[in-house]
Design a protein around this ligand. Structure first.
Ligand SMILES: *[C@@H]1O[C@H](CO)[C@@H](O)[C@H](O)[C@H]1NC(C)=O
Ligand SMILES: *[C@@H]1O[C@H](CO)[C@@H](O)[C@H](O)[C@H]1NC(C)=O
Ligand SMILES: *[C@@H]1O[C@H](CO)[C@@H](O)[C@H](O)[C@H]1NC(C)=O
Ligand SMILES: *[C@@H]1O[C@H](CO)[C@@H](O)[C@H](O)[C@H]1NC(C)=O
Length: 498
């Protein structure tokens, strides 16, 4: 099945027979047949949305159901009105069960917020329908949640600022409706890759938007478009919109990566869409290694390393640790991540002026760096760049490392020209032309210093060629840069008092 066909399939089809693997764990399902009866009468929302309050980390336990109007349930469930209340809302489902991510998210939330009321909103009968029908139910389910929260306010004086709704995919828009209909303003809504189809470009009232809560933060992980739609919404819809890896290709989700596990395109899509949940879980579990996202006008500028600033709130923690920022709509933020948990890595901006010394106008260089840190070294890494590298110009690059190498001590720089790169057919052809004629002139580039800014620490350093008399590099050679003798740490500029 091609990617596009698969997408169409997922979009139009609601398969019950497929995917036993998607959600074989029915623990949270609370499998009673009542829900199925109501499923057949999907017009009446009342009673079909269930609020399963989790009481134990042991997911084998059924939990406890909150029922509107029944105060005894609150006592039985041990609802603590002064603690945080976190509602987790699933999205469109094909299997009719909670998928495995739900268990991970629930247990991560419960471990992080041990006193919180953690409530799973179960609207599965309405979510397990054709996608457009499930979309049509988001309004009603959101209203149901709002009515439930209003009742909690009346009954227990539940402070709304302590309420946090976390919605995945279609569930993010359900949360948006809940925020719209509730009396007052909910503290926070987190949208985990909010659904795109039938929400992209529609009015704010019909999707998650910044007005739905005091703070609306959104992770976008699967915004790649096919057939004019993307599974995750592309446009920014919160106060903070974070696009890990550009919201495009998530590392570890490639066909090659997931084929080994499951073997179809559905898994690729699921991997990328669901990555938002796993990044959020990661942010709950790994408090010590917080990942930052950086504000940037677009993914292309971010990939060039231009946007690694934390000044004036330009960076934020991702996931649960995101800080509320002053209302600033459409603030897109970016970061790169590792392929697996812990997802956080290390971003470096590298600026270097590349002098073209000898006959290198057509060199079309590709750079490689190896970073040496106080704790460890990286491998030799390709310096990724989309544009042609400008000669006689200062170029900015983004270098990302998986591992914490500690303070950066030394950089080794290599470049390969067209004639060394893997583009070999054309290259060999060209070479033979040269050989036939005369020896090709050897291109030489010169780099005197590399200015580095570490995104995670916001420290800036300047590295100079280890041997100041040797700053020229031929293809294949490597040049070592060490901290410059004087003033290698770039202090914020101050006016000289002299
Ligand atoms: C309710 O939550 C508050 C705030 O987290 C906490 O101080 C209090 O001990 C909790 N009460 C009970 C009975 O757990
Ligand atoms: C959505 O529901 C309303 C009634 O609640 C109905 O009139 C409308 O046709 C539905 N739309 C779709 C796409 O099913
Ligand atoms: C860069 O400058 C050198 C002289 O310093 C010149 O020979 C070369 O043509 C210039 N290259 C480009 C691409 O501007
Ligand atoms: C250094 O990195 C290598 C691989 O990059 C890894 O195998 C090794 O465990 C690391 N050493 C330390 C001390 O972190």
């Amino acid at each position: 099945m091609s990617h596009k066909a698969a997408l169409l399939w997922i979009f139009l089809c609601c398969s019950v027979s497929f995917v036993p693997a998607l959600g074989e764990n029915a623990v949270l399902k609370g499998a009673d047949d009542g829900a199925m009866d109501e499923f057949s009468d999907s017009k009446t929302q009342h009673g079909t949305v269930r609020y399963n309050m989790r009481k134990s980390l042991d997911l084998e336990q059924e939990g406890c159901y909150l029922q509107m109007g029944r105060k005894t349930c609150l006592e039985e469930c041990g609802f603590n009105a002064t603690a945080k209340s976190i509602f987790i809302i699933h999205g469109w489902t094909m299997s009719g069960m909670f998928e495995r991510w739900m268990h991970k998210l629930v247990s991560a939330v419960m471990q992080r917020e041990q006193e919180a009321n953690v409530v799973v909103v179960d609207w599965i009968p309405m979510a397990q329908q054709l996608y457009p029908d499930a979309v049509n139910h988001t309004h009603g389910v959101g209203l149901d949640i709002a009515v439930m929260i209003n009742w909690l306010q009346d009954e227990l004086q539940l402070p709304l600022e302590n309420v946090h709704l976390i919605g995945y995919s279609l569930g993010a828009h359900v949360a948006g409706y809940a925020g719209t209909f509730v009396e007052g303003t909910i503290g926070r809504i987190t949208g985990l890759d909010p659904a795109g189809p039938m929400f992209e470009g529609v009015e704010e009232e019909k999707r998650l938007s910044p007005d739905d809560a005091d703070f609306v933060d959104v992770l976008h992980t699967y915004t790649r478009e096919a057939l004019g739609v993307s599974i995750g919404i592309q446009q920014p819809i919160g106060d903070v919109d974070i696009y890990p890896n550009g919201g495009e290709v998530q590392p570890g989700c490639g066909l090659g990566d997931v084929l080994a596990v499951a073997g179809n395109f559905m898994e690729v899509m699921k991997c990328e869409h669901e990555r938002a949940v796993h990044l959020f879980v990661d942010s709950l579990m790994n408090k010590e290694h917080v990942s930052f996202a950086f504000q940037c006008t677009g993914p292309d500028r971010f990939k060039k390393g231009i946007c690694l600033s934390c000044r004036k709130n330009r960076c934020n923690n991702i996931g649960y640790n995101a800080r509320k920022m002053r209302k600033r709509r459409n603030s897109k933020m970016y970061l790169k991540t590792r392929a697996d948990t812990p997802f956080g890595g290390y971003h470096y901006q590298m600026k270097m002026h590349i002098f073209n010394r000898k006959q290198s106008d057509n060199a079309d260089p590709t750079f490689y760096v190896k970073l040496y840190g106080a704790h460890n070294d990286t491998a030799k890494m390709l310096v990724v760049h989309d544009d042609v590298i400008g000669l006689n110009l200062t170029n900015t690059f983004l270098v990302f490392t998986d591992a914490d190498i500690g303070d950066l001590l030394k950089i080794s720089l290599t470049w390969e020209g067209e004639s060394e790169s893997w583009n070999s057919v054309w290259k060999t052809f060209k070479k033979s032309l040269w050989a036939w004629n005369a020896k090709p002139p050897k291109p030489v580039l010169e780099v005197r210093r590399i200015r580095v800014k570490a995104g995670e620490t916001q420290k800036k350093f300047t590295f100079c060629a280890q041997d100041p008399s040797k700053t020229e590099i031929s293809p294949g050679e490597s040049l070592t840069f060490v901290k410059c003798r004087d003033g290698w740490e770039v202090k914020p500029r101050k006016r000289l008092l002299m």
